[in-house]
Design a protein around this ligand. Structure first.
Ligand code: XIL
Length: 333
């Protein structure tokens, strides 16, 4: 019984969840916290926010691990879970000094290397994996890395060019080697969970790092899906195999499956099918090491604030409202 217990039986390393402690209502909700502590369900945890740049390097060269340590103490108190550390490079949730700095290729490259080096070294093997680069690709690219449109137009790409991805991975690899770490280095993105230009670009990116001899161990498939338009199990399996053929692991890193709220009975039924497609695809592919839900309780999901009118994406909900007992959805089973 339990999601992590089943995952292990299926030969996976873990079933996991993101959590957004400290500093949120999750922190003080005893029902949420009791479920977060359930080792039968959660063998891995990911900080939804606590390791992001805005928290970990709020001023240039000043590293602050307070939030991250509180996260680890709350979500992995006995240190026995795997931790998917998230993330080292992203365009979002950057401190002002980064976004409004005046940078050249050279100075921003130095900033990136310094950030990556400090975090990989500091957390060491307390991280099972790091999402080294998050969401570098655009949603309207050609699939060809040589095309501008393939890349997200952000501070990293616009200042350093496409090579910033290799810069980040090389810095992570150097810190891994210098400290003899086992941590796995991942590229993580959304809309790369089934065939399409963005998945093609992500595969080309993995291949380009591999070809350059740079350490990359995995592709993170975020999997923020929509009820009724989740890719089929076969489509997800084929895509996972395409990454695996490049010599990397894959992981489902941010699974949630949202719908218009209140969810209709039909949507609730379809959600069961959609969760099974995703988790089943991971079960079908040897290279898929595990599944991480992007939190487990609708009460605290990121979905309603990002996609107005949408919700019901997680495996549990609180029918009595915030701070009341959690109920498992049918998709849990
Ligand atoms: C989200 C968090 O869940 C929110 O709390 C925060 O306000 C914004 O970021 N893709 C990612 C995650 O890689 O870091 C995002 O997390 C969700 C989308």
């Amino acid at each position: 019984k339990g999601l992590n217990t089943y995952a292990k039986k299926a030969g996976k390393l873990y079933f996991g969840t993101a959590a957004d402690v400290p500093g949120t209502n999750e922190t003080t909700d005893k029902y949420y916290r009791a479920e977060l502590a359930n080792n039968a369900d959660w063998g891995s945890v990911t900080p939804a926010n606590a390791m992001k740049w805005v928290f970990t390097e709020p001023e240039q060269g000043v590293f602050n691990y307070t939030e991250a340590e509180l996260f680890l103490a709350a979500a992995n108190p006995d240190g026995k879970r795997k931790v998917r550390c998230h993330n080292l490079n992203w365009y979002n949730q950057l401190p002002n000094w980064v976004t409004s700095g005046t940078w050249t290729n050279e100075t921003l490259t130095a900033v990136l290397i310094n950030h990556v080096t400090h975090l990989v070294e500091y957390f060491g093997d307390r991280c099972y994996a790091w999402d080294v680069v998050n969401e570098a690709l655009s949603d309207s690219g050609t699939g060809n890395l040589a095309d501008n449109s393939t890349w997200r137009s952000d501070i990293w790409y616009n200042t350093i060019g496409p090579n910033y991805v290799a810069v980040a991975f090389k810095a992570a690899e150097a810190a891994v080697k210098a400290n003899k770490l086992k941590v796995k280095l991942y590229y993580n993105d959304y809309n790369i969970e089934s065939a399409g230009n963005k998945a093609t670009a992500a595969q080309a990116l993995v291949k380009s790092l591999k070809d350059a001899g740079i350490q990359i161990d995995g592709a993170g498939l975020q999997s923020h899906f929509i009820v009724g338009s989740t890719p089929s199990r076969a489509a997800q399996t084929a895509n996972m195999n395409a990454f695996a053929a490049l010599g990397v692991d894959v992981a489902i890193t941010e699974l949630d499956i949202r719908t218009t709220v209140p969810a209709t009975a039909a949507a609730q039924q379809q959600q069961v099918v959609d969760y099974a497609s995703s988790v089943g695809a991971c079960a079908d592919v040897n290279a898929c090491v595990g599944v991480t839900a992007w939190d487990f309780d609708d009460a605290y999901s990121w979905i309603p604030s990002t996609f107005p009118g949408q919700g019901y994406g997680d495996l549990f909900f609180q029918p009595g409202g915030y701070g009341t007992p959690l109920v498992r959805k049918a998709a849990y089973d």
